[in-house]
Design a protein. Structure first.
Length: 239
């Protein structure tokens, strides 16, 4: 019996360093995630997040603008990179899971009467429209269960025409006046021409990761209606 207890004791002692290492690692990941230094979700949204630095360790308020240069996003367009097989690598992507929160981008809000409802958020509505139009063009199916699937998009033009109108108003609303100078670009025939591809120019952006995280967190802990702005997720900061 004594030898059995000794074996069990030795096994427990052998496991202690492993348990300690796992605990410390998980604790470190939680701290990094809480400090916005680690992005565990939304691989595409993380490309337009606020990156902390020594000079400015904290992200700005959501309404604040900061400079962000546009660059090709391999996550969304892998075939544009050297070594990519073909455009099939693009069509295989699930933009919904890359751009939206698991519930499709709805902010869960606990209203004054105690009822919880999903509120739409404009950024996610716009991203949903883009993923829907892309899905229709590629003849694929949406992963969101409540949506019309596959070729039914083509038989229901009201939805995607609405999306085109909605996106048009959203673009005009932002009225981004960033200058995009022409530069030598290859056209589809392989000829070098003066072109504008929108890449490399610095825009003034909001912190999309802050909004994404707020919507994602509301799935587990709905926001109180009193915590919201009058017409926005975050209360407006008086200037």
């Amino acid at each position: 019996m004594a030898s059995i207890f000794k074996k069990r004791e030795s096994h427990i002692h052998a496991l202690l360093p492993i348990v300690f290492t796992i605990t410390v690692t998980l604790f470190g990941l939680v701290l990094l995630a809480r400090s916005n230094r680690l992005t565990l979700l939304a691989p595409a949204i993380s490309r337009v997040q606020w990156h902390t630095c020594l000079a400015s360790p904290s992200p700005p308020p959501y309404q604040a603008l900061y400079p962000k240069a546009f660059h090709p996003m391999r996550e969304l367009h892998p075939s544009s990179y050297p070594g990519a097989a073909d455009v099939a690598s693009d069509t295989a992507l699930d933009w919904e899971s890359m751009l939206l929160t698991p519930n499709g981008g709805f902010l869960m809000v606990e209203e004054a009467g105690g009822e919880t409802k999903g509120y739409g958020v404009s950024m996610f509505h716009q991203l949903h429209c883009l993923t829907m139009i892309r899905t229709m063009l590629l003849g694929q199916a949406m992963s969101t269960k409540h949506e019309t699937q596959g070729d039914a998009w083509r038989r229901d033009p009201k939805h995607w025409v609405h999306c085109l109108e909605y996106l048009t108003q959203a673009v005009i609303c932002s009225a981004d006046d960033t200058l995009e100078r022409p530069k030598p670009t290859k056209n589809f025939e392989g000829n070098v021409v003066d072109g504008i591809d929108g890449m490399g120019h610095t825009h003034q952006c909001r912190n999309a990761t802050t909004l994404w995280s707020a919507v994602r967190d509301s799935e587990n802990a709905p926001r109180k209606v009193g915590e919201l702005g009058r017409t926005t997720v975050f209360p407006l900061v008086e200037r």
